[in-house]
Design a protein around this ligand. Structure first.
Ligand SMILES: [Zn+2]
Length: 414
């Protein structure tokens, strides 16, 4: 049997007074999710391991069955994979923001909303001036780029710049983890050497970028200058086995997502990254294109991970109406066309799972660490008694409460 996971990022929620105490999944008009809950089996899943924050990269990695304690390396390595950089064993990959420093403070984490073309010019300039056999700057998207330090040590403390607006930047510079100052981590440089190197790059980049004509131009137009790098979220190449090595029935698989981190997880899991034109990660995404791409991939692959980001973004915005719309869109524009097609594949049956990675409740506006409801359906599965798909009904689902890799193990048994 083939397998598809349809994941609505951040889709689960809390009861909302404006909806008469219902959750968004309870309130939304979503006939296909309810029909699949009726025909299939349901349960709840804990997606965040003990000791981890409820990040999407953590939850999605756990849903695919990996042990976060063993494979978690942070954001840098996932974004490296997503932009096509093949990390080597001694690489240390960091997310490298282009940010705006104003006197002593971090004015913004995005270089005043830089475009990708502008970012590319500045990153290539930095690589020209500061790159060498140990240091490489690689262009990503907008203000989000990549810094590779060959032999860099990951035992350092970095400050994600979006968490520290208007704070004194010199106090936020990189420090070695206590106890790691003079330690090497294999053949790598020490943590202190790594921290010193990154801090030196920050200072030099600030000097170079402040004088760059592109930034002079931005300032003349009243825009913020992208006048410094700010590296964070570093890690080594994740030690992830391919899904095809773990589950023999997966001979080839694909990931479809607009989000870098999810594409990166897919890459290390051995999945092909399928890019869909018009996939934005927002409510205006190309739903039909993604459904079509998933069905096309299922013709040749045994496994597809189809990820939709829109509900999470609506949750972060605290936009109740928009989040309801994203749930209804997932139902009518993804699940409906996928289900209607695969139910006719009698000789090539497909098992489908539907779930979020974590709740992003509209009244909390950030991710919370709570279990999520899920459905598993294939033509012929013995249904349980749950008739609708939501946070409350799935409490009575026949799978009960699964933890982490138990979901993937259960799903792949079919
Ligand atoms: Zn998420």
């Amino acid at each position: 049997m083939k397998h598809i996971i349809i994941l609505g990022d951040g889709m689960a929620d809390h009861p909302v007074a404006r909806l008469g105490g219902k959750t968004l999944l309870q309130y939304a008009d979503k006939p296909y999710m309810n029909m699949l809950a009726c025909k299939g089996r349901t349960g709840r899943l804990i997606t965040i391991p003990e000791g981890f924050l409820p990040g999407s990269e953590v939850a999605n990695t756990a849903i695919l069955g990996y042990d976060l304690n063993r494979v978690y390396e942070g954001r840098g390595p996932l974004e490296a994979a997503s932009i096509g950089y093949d990390m080597q064993p001694d690489d240390f990959a960091m997310r490298c923001n282009l940010i705006t420093l104003s006197n002593d403070i971090i004015k913004n984490h995005s270089g005043g909303h830089l475009t990708t073309d502008e970012g590319d010019i500045l990153i290539k300039y930095l690589n020209d001036k500061l790159g060498n056999d140990k240091i490489e700057f690689i262009t990503g998207i907008q203000y989000r780029h990549l810094l590779i330090i060959r032999g860099g040590n990951k035992h350092i403390i970095c400050a994600p710049p979006h968490d520290h607006p208007n704070e004194q930047w010199k106090e936020l510079m990189v420090k070695p983890e206590p106890g790691w100052e003079d330690k090497h981590d294999g053949k790598r440089m020490t943590a202190k050497e790594t921290a010193d190197l990154i801090n030196e790059l920050i200072l030099k980049s600030h000097d170079l970028l402040s004088r760059h004509p592109l930034n002079q131009n931005r300032k003349a137009k009243g825009k913020d200058a992208a006048n410094s790098i700010w590296p964070w979220g570093g890690g080594y190449r994740p030690d992830m086995e391919k899904l095809s090595d773990i589950y023999p029935q997966i001979k080839s698989g694909s990931v479809i997502s607009a989000v870098d981190l999810i594409r990166g997880i897919g890459y290390y899991a051995g999945l092909k990254i399928i890019k869909v034109e018009g996939a934005t990660g927002l409510a205006d995404t190309n739903y039909e294109g993604k459904a079509e791409a998933a069905l096309k991939a299922l013709k040749t692959d045994d496994f597809v991970f189809l990820h939709l980001e829109a509900s999470d973004e609506a949750g972060h915005d605290g936009d109740l109406e928009l989040k309801l719309k994203t749930i209804e869109n997932l139902d009518s524009r993804i699940i409906k066309p996928v289900y209607e097609e695969i139910k006719t594949w009698k000789d090539d049956p497909v098992c489908m799972a539907i779930l979020p990675d974590h709740p992003t409740p509209v009244e909390v506006r950030t991710h919370v660490k709570e279990p999520v409801p899920f459905i598993i359906w294939y033509d012929g599965i013995t249904p349980d008694d749950v008739k609708t798909y939501d946070e409350v009904s799935c409490v009575n689902g026949s799978y009960g409460m699964l933890r982490l890799d138990e979901f993937m193990k259960t799903f792949m048994k079919y």
